[in-house]
Ligand binder design. Structure first.
Ligand SMILES: *[C@@H]1O[C@H](CO)[C@@H](O)[C@H](O)[C@H]1NC(C)=O
Ligand SMILES: *[C@@H]1O[C@H](CO)[C@@H](O)[C@H](O)[C@H]1NC(C)=O
Ligand SMILES: *[C@@H]1O[C@H](CO)[C@@H](O)[C@H](O)[C@H]1NC(C)=O
Length: 562
């Protein structure tokens, strides 16, 4: 018997680096072999795993063992040691090969079992939600003191949050600022010694609520951030930190190296009124945050009534893709549109942000506006369009939404994509090929052209927009990419023409497998993928060229001869 049943795991599936990944969270029962490999068996393996707070050694005077659960009591828990808790300590009668006896053995075991590239763990900026126990033998050296957070009226007018309200009630045992460098160095040094690759550091906003008498929020935040980032740089191989609850201006201005920050409230799978708000909030927050950090969209469930809505947003968010599915509870139809068989994702280049014409609309509560989010890949643009109306109300808002299903009409246009000219080049015809994901159809539009569509509440669609360029022999061509993926264009890395005395054509390089699509006004004479001739189809009406890229290689070169 292994005692890890209650460790909350988040699984991340990377592409070429840690930030281009499918990420998943699960309340994992690792003794259950039938679910252990469920993501891999479905064809979307996780490569990056974050262990949530279940690893930490925490005492809680507000929640005694065996007593009925008090909602929010976990926010009163305090760290007793920087090391793992007793779930990781082998019991006397356990067989050697089954029970890792420390974090290091556990990490190496899950790395092997799951084929993971990265294992991160969660901790709070102050160790745990309720801080660090002042009188515990292993933590008293950090000289923590209880302080009761005071939330600002500005924050409270916009949102009430159970974690903040509980910390206000239970207090936070705040590490002595003179000891915080030592604390992070001890904690991170220990984690590195256990082969952990990095940390997710949550509750970063706490400093502004407890700063009275400690130099004020600006100085205190600067001090903690400097200590944190110094320790990350010293101990970990990479800049291996994901920030969370770090959206206060003090945190943003004082984090000099941290690259990834959550851009919204948590994903709340059980609350149907928060699904569309989450998407709108991240997109709008990314207008500012996206200039400074890589906005983090948080995890989602692939098996959920709003799963596709969340999945499309992650596909165009330019972010890591996290799923927090319970093992064996996945929707692989959705996951396979996000994640390739090698666990990588087709990450777009920039933070996904609302299109220009959406900026001054309320996509959640005005009852008429759709939300459009744009992004760019190397050779194409992408637009997601979402109906966020009719299912929720902004927090602390006086208006009550009547939660009716709203059917709204809107339009998308290549003009919605900022910096589109960057990918157009000199040979651009001025027209674009537009691929509609939901119907799998192709249109040709001038840059100012529009496509109208209607969407019901919590419905979305995604469009790949590729500039049609002129090549030798009057060939007009635009790659779409892997058309079964939400961000199909993310698969295409480069397109160039080639010519020899005997033949000329177009070369496309990229990654992933599955059906490839492109706009082509002429029928190629040959289609060669990684040196092998492939059959292809060209639909004459809409000039839609398609063929298959086999799953044998992760990257490919296509040569189309005309
Ligand atoms: C974990 O899975 C095993 C095997 O299926 C089962 O016997 C055990 O009860 C499960 N534990 C929990 C906590 O769900
Ligand atoms: C409420 O419902 C009515 C009728 O279904 C609709 O006309 C109205 O626009 C809705 N209001 C909001 C705020 O959604
Ligand atoms: C939504 O509205 C559009 C345009 O008015 C209409 O064509 C479509 O049938 C409507 N959809 C539903 C499900 O009512």
């Amino acid at each position: 018997m292994i005692h890890f049943s209650f460790v909350l795991l988040k699984l991340v599936v990377p592409i070429s680096n840690a930030k281009s990944t499918l990420i998943a969270t699960m309340l994992s029962n690792l003794t259950d072999l039938s679910v252990r490999f469920s993501l891999s068996e479905g064809g979307t393996p996780a490569r990056f795993l974050i262990i949530d707070d279940g690893w930490q050694d925490v005492g809680n005077e507000f929640q005694k063992e065996g007593e009925p659960l008090i909602e929010g009591s976990q926010f009163g828990g305090r760290l007793l040691s920087i090391k793992v808790n007793s779930k990781f300590h082998k019991k006397g009668n356990e067989p050697l090969n089954e029970a890792p006896s420390n974090l290091k053995d556990f990490v190496s075991w899950i790395r092997m079992e799951f084929g993971l590239k990265y294992v991160y763990v969660w901790h709070a900026l102050m160790g745990y939600w309720g801080g660090v126990q002042p009188d515990a033998p292993e933590t008293k050296k950090y000289k923590s003191n209880i302080r009761y957070p005071v939330q600002s009226p500005g924050v409270l007018a916009n949102m009430r949050d159970i974690s903040m309200d509980c910390m206000e009630k239970y207090g936070v045992c705040t590490i002595d600022p003179a000891k915080v460098s030592e604390f992070y160095d001890d904690l991170h040094g220990y984690l590195v010694s256990q082969d952990v690759d990095g940390v997710k550091v949550d509750v970063q906003n706490i400093l502004e609520t407890i700063a009275t008498g400690l130099g004020g929020r600006v100085l205190l935040t600067r001090h903690f951030q400097e200590a944190l980032e110094k320790s990350i740089a010293k101990n970990f191989r990479d800049n291996s930190i994901i920030c969370c609850m770090g959206q206060s201006t003090d945190s943003i201005y004082h984090s000099k190296r941290s690259a990834i920050t959550r851009a919204s409230d948590d994903y709340w799978p059980k609350d149907p009124t928060k699904q569309s708000l989450h998407i709108a909030a991240v997109a709008f927050n990314s207008i500012f945050l996206g200039e400074v950090v890589v906005p983090d969209w948080d995890m989602f469930y692939s098996k959920h009534h709003a799963a596709e809505f969340h999945a499309v947003a992650r596909a165009i968010g330019g972010c890591g893709v996290y799923v927090s599915d319970k093992p064996a509870h996945h929707d692989f139809t959705i996951l396979k549109r996000l994640v390739l068989p090698d666990g990588s994702v087709l990450r777009a280049k920039y933070p996904g942000r609302p299109s220009r014409d959406c900026l001054f609309n309320d996509p959640v509560m005005d009852g008429k506006s759709l939300l459009k989010i744009w992004n760019l890949n190397e050779c194409s643009g992408v637009i997601g369009i979402f109906n966020c109306q009719g299912t929720g109300t902004w927090p602390c808002s006086d208006t009550i939404q009547n939660n009716s299903n709203v059917n709204l009409s809107g339009h998308i246009s290549p003009k919605d994509i900022e910096y589109f000219e960057e990918i157009c080049g000199d040979s651009w015809t001025g027209d674009c090929a537009i691929f509609w994901f939901k119907t799998g159809s192709m249109s040709r539009l001038p840059i100012e052209g529009k496509i109208s569509l209607s969407l019901e509440s919590l419905q979305c669609n995604v469009f790949t927009v590729s500039p049609i360029k002129l090549y030798d022999q009057g060939v007009q061509f635009a790659p779409i990419g892997l058309i079964d993926m939400y961000n199909s264009g993310g698969a295409v890395k480069a397109v160039e023409s080639f010519s020899s005395p005997s033949t000329s054509g177009i070369k496309i390089s990229g990654k992933g497998c599955g059906r490839f699509g492109a706009y082509s006004n002429r029928r190629p004479t040959r289609c060669i993928v990684n040196g092998e001739d492939k059959t292809f189809e060209l639909s004459e009406g809409d000039n839609f060229l398609t063929f298959s890229i086999p799953a044998v290689t992760t990257s490919w070169d296509i040569a189309l001869h005309f």
